[in-house]
Design a protein around this ligand. Structure first.
Ligand code: FAD
Length: 431
């Protein structure tokens, strides 16, 4: 079967849905092709026994492109920031108070005196540091050169992991990492009521209201070009969608596989090193130890947080924890065991209250580390794919701003704008 669309979007995650909504609103006929049985990609939330489980710990950064795009598209959501105090730090096997202010810094056993003085200065000074000069510097070099005491290096390393999910300090750009830490410390994050499915449902509704056709359960197999311009998108069921414009809102590897003759896409796929996380998502009928809700690893790349403390994610009395080991391929320990040990440490006897448990050994949190080698964000590909007129990409590996969903949604908006601005398109329409 052959049909015609102004734009075909491959991938129905946050990026694909948002871009389709912008294009549909601008009057284009748009189809979104999603291989899974429902849209949402990595932002889906699983409902089980009254718990709403995101795919691993998800927090929406305030004040970034994601919030802007969601606002522009009229996506409604509610949520709350995690508590600013009361977290614990796990360092060399011992739990300590994680400093969140002058008093907790004074009393915590996490640091010696010299480190306490330095942390006090660092926390006050991080906001004023300029990220740009650090764009081409790896995080590991920055930590070594900018901070005196090893404890403070480890502490700032934890902040980088917490805000970027990346534990690859030798590869990651310190400029990009610092900007992300500043965003988190400045504006904070939200845990969302009902999970990130709220965002998926809102974007899907915005796209549908703009006339976008969303085809699920079918894989795109090829984006074809003729005479240097996009000509059609082929689906695994044999259908062809004739089009002059395609947006691939999927991973760099998926993009390269769809158009194997496009050298730029092959180069992106070759260069991108994914940020991975092992995730243990745990629903409990009660909280065995109410005061131990957040634990952040200092010498180990670990995270544990009770997301249901502030967001509606659990039935009355229930508790939803997300535990993460950052960079399981680098961490050098059995991630499942390490995360179970962390949870047992924080919530002794939690297995007696277990309702649901899901271990995901290696999720792709972001399709590409923002690397020092490429000069930070400057090294990421733009939305237009060179060499093929009418072909764009979007996702958390694309564009000059932001990480994670900020990059996905920001690049989705940019890709839609780039497609709408195409001179050829205007000529086609005029003809
Ligand atoms: C554990 C974890 C924690 C995270 N935490 C945060 C966080 O705290 N804050 C934050 O901002 N972000 C976070 N993220 C990242 C965020 O989830 C992603 O950046 C965002 O959801 C990516 O959306 P996307 O549309 O770009 O890509 P995806 O969600 O990957 O969507 C791509 C879609 O394309 C489809 N697809 C691929 N190939 C084809 C094909 N050939 N044909 C048809 N369909 C295809 C896939 O099925 C998928 O649905 C986290 C991610 C993970 C995994």
């Amino acid at each position: 079967m052959e049909r015609t669309k102004d734009v075909v979007v491959v991938g129905g995650g946050l990026a694909g849905l948002a871009a389709a909504a912008y294009l549909g609103r601008a009057g284009r006929s748009v189809a979104v092709i999603e291989k899974a049985h429902a849209p949402g990609g990595r932002a889906v939330t699983q409902e089980s026994h009254g718990f709403s489980m995101n795919l691993g710990a998800h927090a929406l950064y305030r004040g970034g492109p994601a919030q802007e795009v969601l606002g522009e598209l009229g996506v409604r959501y509610t949520g709350a920031p995690p508590p600013g105090s009361g977290a614990l730090a796990l360092d060399r096997g011992a739990l300590h108070t994680l400093p969140s202010g002058a008093l907790s810094l004074l009393t915590t056993g996490l640091f010696g005196l010299a480190a306490k003085l330095e942390v006090g200065r660092v926390l006050g000074g991080l906001a004023a540091m300029r990220p740009a000069p650090l764009d081409a510097v790896p995080v590991s070099t920055w930590l070594r050169d900018a901070f005196r005491t090893p404890e403070v290096r480890r502490f700032v390393g934890m902040l980088v992991r917490l805000t970027t999910y990346c534990a690859d300090a030798d590869r990651q750009s310190a400029g990009a990492a610092l900007a992300q830490v500043q965003l988190a410390l400045g504006q904070g994050v939200l845990y969302l009521d009902g999970g990130w499915q709220t965002l998926v449902d809102g974007l899907r509704a915005a796209a549908a209201a703009a006339g976008v056709e969303i085809l699920t359960g079918v894989r795109a197999t090829r984006v074809a070009a003729e005479g240097g311009a996009v000509s059609f998108v082929e689906l695994a069921n044999g259908d062809r969608l004739r089009t002059g414009a395609a947006l691939v809102a999927a991973s760099p590897r998926a993009a390269a596989a769809l158009a194997p003759d496009v050298p730029a896409l092959a180069a992106y796929a070759e260069r991108a090193v994914p940020v991975r996380a092992a995730c243990l998502d745990v629903a409990l009928s009660r909280l065995p130890r109410p005061r131990c809700r957040v634990v952040l690893g200092i010498d180990r790349p670990l995270y544990l947080s009770l997301h249901s403390e502030v967001a509606r994610l659990a039935p009355a009395g229930g508790a939803l924890f997300h535990a993460v080991q950052y960079g399981p391929e680098l961490a050098g320990r059995d991630p499942e065991r390490e995360l179970e040990d962390l949870l047992e440490r924080a919530q002794p006897g939690y297995r007696g209250a277990l309702v649901e448990r899901r271990f995901l050994p290696s999720l792709v949190v972001s399709n590409a580390v923002v690397a020092a080698e490429g000069g930070g964000y400057a090294g990421r590909p733009g939305v237009r794919v060179p060499g093929v007129d009418g072909l764009c990409v979007a996702g958390d590996w694309v564009g000059p701003t932001g990480m994670l969903a900020d990059a996905s949604l920001g690049s989705a908006r940019d890709a839609a704008a780039a497609l709408l601005a195409r001179a050829r398109w205007t000529l086609d329409r005029a003809a």
